[in-house]
Design a protein around this ligand. Structure first.
Ligand SMILES: NC(=O)c1ccc[n+]([C@@H]2O[C@H](COP(=O)([O-])OP(=O)(O)OC[C@H]3O[C@@H](n4cnc5c(N)ncnc54)[C@H](OP(=O)(O)O)[C@@H]3O)[C@@H](O)[C@H]2O)c1
Length: 277
């Protein structure tokens, strides 16, 4: 086989991984293949990364030992016909299809013992993602380390039981959306206090990034950090009182629970044609 890794689908997530793998010198352009339907997208990826692309998905398993599924979940039925026949027990298959269980993947493609499910997140685009990996119990350590290496090229990795992937989806998968919304309302509030929008955006962005960096580097729990920053009678304490009065903790519990529930709903197998839902 001439390639180490073939992507099925060359969209946003595939591009984030390709950029990370090349940036970190995990793979060379010659070791990558992208199977992608859109001719414009293929031309863009070829020019931008000097990698080979193909219009036919069957080329993926024919040419590479690891297959990386990066299409939208609803496209699985379409790609399964094209790649199933060419898959062998020696292929490793990595899927980032949100809500699609390893069981459903195995039904579609076979080889459950070589099926890895991963939930990455959007900051992978800037090399600061976090990816939650579920390995099949029988996958040897060498295969596991290869998968970790792939995802470490775009950030950090954690390993979880498959039953926790809906919780992961609700926390880190959807999490960037909550933070972007928080940034939006925080900036609007800063503008209302008289700051220009560009200055407000800079202050809010650097405050979020700086606070996240403190959380990463220090051993202190978030509770301890809150205590350290909120002097009794000071401005932070006055602001935090509003979050308590408005039950932000309750809001976040509901938010994560509802997102996890939605992930479970989306992952349910489709009922047979004609059956009422
Ligand atoms: N984006 C995230 O933050 C994120 C996070 C975690 C997991 N995921 C998962 O990652 C997967 C990809 O997401 P994405 O945001 O990268 O989506 P995307 O940008 O839409 O990428 C999917 C790509 O696959 C192409 N495609 C469609 N049908 C195809 C087919 N039959 N054969 C080959 N390629 C085909 C699409 O082309 P067209 O555009 O022409 O249809 C598109 O370029 C999804 O399953 C999602 O659940 C995404």
């Amino acid at each position: 086989m001439s390639k180490k890794l073939a992507f099925i689908g060359g969209g946003n997530m595939a591009e984030a991984l390709i950029a990370g793998l090349l940036r970190e010198h995990t793979l060379t352009p010659a070791e990558l293949l992208v199977c992608e339907k859109s001719p414009e997208r293929r031309a863009y990826l070829e020019n931008q990364y000097r990698i080979e692309t193909a219009a036919e998905n069957a080329r993926g398993p024919q040419q590479a030992s690891t297959l990386f599924l990066a299409v939208k979940p609803k496209v699985l039925a379409e790609i399964q016909e094209e790649i199933r026949g060419a898959l062998t027990p020696d292929h490793l298959v990595i899927s980032i299809l949100a809500g699609i269980s390893r069981e459903r993947l195995a039904e579609a493609l076979g080889h459950p013992e070589r099926m890895v499910r991963v939930m990455p997140n959007l900051p992978a685009q800037v090399g600061r993602g976090v990816s939650a990996i579920t390995f099949p119990a029988t996958l040897p350590e060498s295969g596991r380390e290869w998968v970790r290496t792939i995802f470490r090229s775009v950030g950090e990795v954690v390993e979880v039981e498959e039953s926790l992937q809906d919780a992961v989806t609700a926390v880190s998968g959807s999490g960037p959306g909550y933070i972007f919304y928080l940034a939006q309302v925080f900036i609007d509030a800063a503008v209302r206090e008289g700051l220009s929008r560009p200055v407000a955006r800079r202050l809010v962005t650097e405050t979020l990034a700086g606070a996240a960096e403190v959380l990463r580097r220090k051993e202190d729990s978030p509770e301890e950090l809150v205590r350290k920053v909120a002097t009794p009678g000071g401005t932070t304490e006055a602001g935090l009182a509003v979050l308590l009065e408005n039950d932000l903790a309750g809001t976040f519990q509901t938010l994560v629970a509802r997102a996890a529930q939605r992930s479970r709903e989306l992952g349910r197998p489709l009922p047979p044609a004609g059956e009422k839902v």
